[in-house]
Design a protein around this ligand. Structure first.
Ligand SMILES: Cc1ncc(COP(=O)(O)O)c(C=O)c1O
Length: 299
């Protein structure tokens, strides 16, 4: 069966869903998005993802024209129509179809276009990565702020391509001041002198939901954490590195610029210890926090 999607409230096979050529997401990347995963068929950390969607909308001066309950119901209806296991749900909000192929937002009277892509999750959790520090810089915060999850990911597309050309599976981009930011679609943690360090939001990164959960969770299992500026040299001397994202949870970094950081694909001893603890923590939070909230929102 083909993957299903939801186009402005209508559930249909992906191949049958089309977007007009004057859609501003197509023309200018003038859109925002979120990626949510399900656990037992229910979106995990929905409240956090919805909040970030609102922040992305604010940063593009594009107030959302649907409310949370309406979108949650569309997500629930679409999830109910699929016949696979756990899902990846991509929520895309385009500023809508323009009156002309012209960048001026005055040419975008609305309504917004809301697309939900729902696909089965293929095994991504704990996926190992080989990283390369690439020449491409992360977008400056004063330009298109990396904190906005906009549909304009071309810089990351190109950063990832540079990493692949160097034989790696993902990139690390520095900012224009030479500080570490993140990978193409994941945040980065480095263990330095026994502390898990991750770049601060001020470095110009996406405020990852998984990153935020980890900052709270790691101290609960006896790990020290710090948000601090990192240089490439810090990564090169790190005891362990991992990536965090909704679709990875904790993904061990096995190589940096071709140099092995650990034996095998499961990361160093600290990564191997915390990854299953974090997975259990997420399931528990799902049971006690997210599932009841979702029921309340969608019934
Ligand atoms: C640039 C970037 N950084 C970090 C992340 C991880 O964020 P989250 O943990 O919310 O999935 C993503 C996810 O897509 C991303 O695109």
């Amino acid at each position: 069966m083909s993957n299903l999607c939801n186009l402005d409230g209508a559930i249909l096979p992906e191949q049958e869903a089309t977007v007009p050529v004057l859609d501003r997401s197509f023309l200018f990347g003038d859109s925002i998005y979120e990626v949510v995963r399900t656990i037992d068929g229910v979106p995990f950390a929905w409240a956090e993802h919805w909040r970030r969607l609102e922040l992305s909308a604010d940063s593009l001066a594009m107030p959302l024209d649907l409310d949370e309950r309406t979108v949650a119901r569309r997500v629930a209806d679409t999830l109910a129509a699929v016949d696979h296991g756990e899902s990846y749900v991509r929520i895309i909000v385009s500023r809508g179809t323009g009156l002309a192929p012209n960048i001026d937002v005055d040419n975008a009277p609305g309504p917004q276009r809301w697309v939900l892509l729902v696909r089965p999750i293929t095994q991504t959790f704990g996926k190992p990565a080989r990283l390369a520090l690439v020449p491409r810089r992360r977008n400056d915060r004063r330009a298109l702020d990396p904190a906005s999850k906009s549909g304009n990911y071309l810089n990351n597309v190109l950063g990832l391509a540079e990493a692949k050309a160097a034989g790696a599976t993902d990139c690390v981009m520095l900012n224009s001041d030479g500080f570490v930011t993140e990978a193409s679609t994941s945040n980065l943690f480095a263990r330095l002198d026994g502390t898990w360090c991750t770049p601060p939001l001020e470095a110009g990164i996406l405020a990852g939901i998984t990153r935020g959960l980890l900052l709270q969770f790691l101290p609960q299992v006896g790990e020290r954490v710090a948000e601090r500026d990192l240089r490439a040299e810090d990564l090169l001397r790190a005891e362990e590195l991992f990536l965090s994202s909704t679709l990875r949870d904790i993904g061990p970094v096995t190589h940096l610029d071709g140099r092995a950081l650990c034996d095998g694909d499961n990361g160093g001893p600290h990564t191997r210890r915390i990854a299953p603890l974090f997975a259990a923590h997420i399931r528990e939070r799902m049971r006690t926090v997210d599932a009841p909230r979702w029921r309340e929102l969608t019934t």
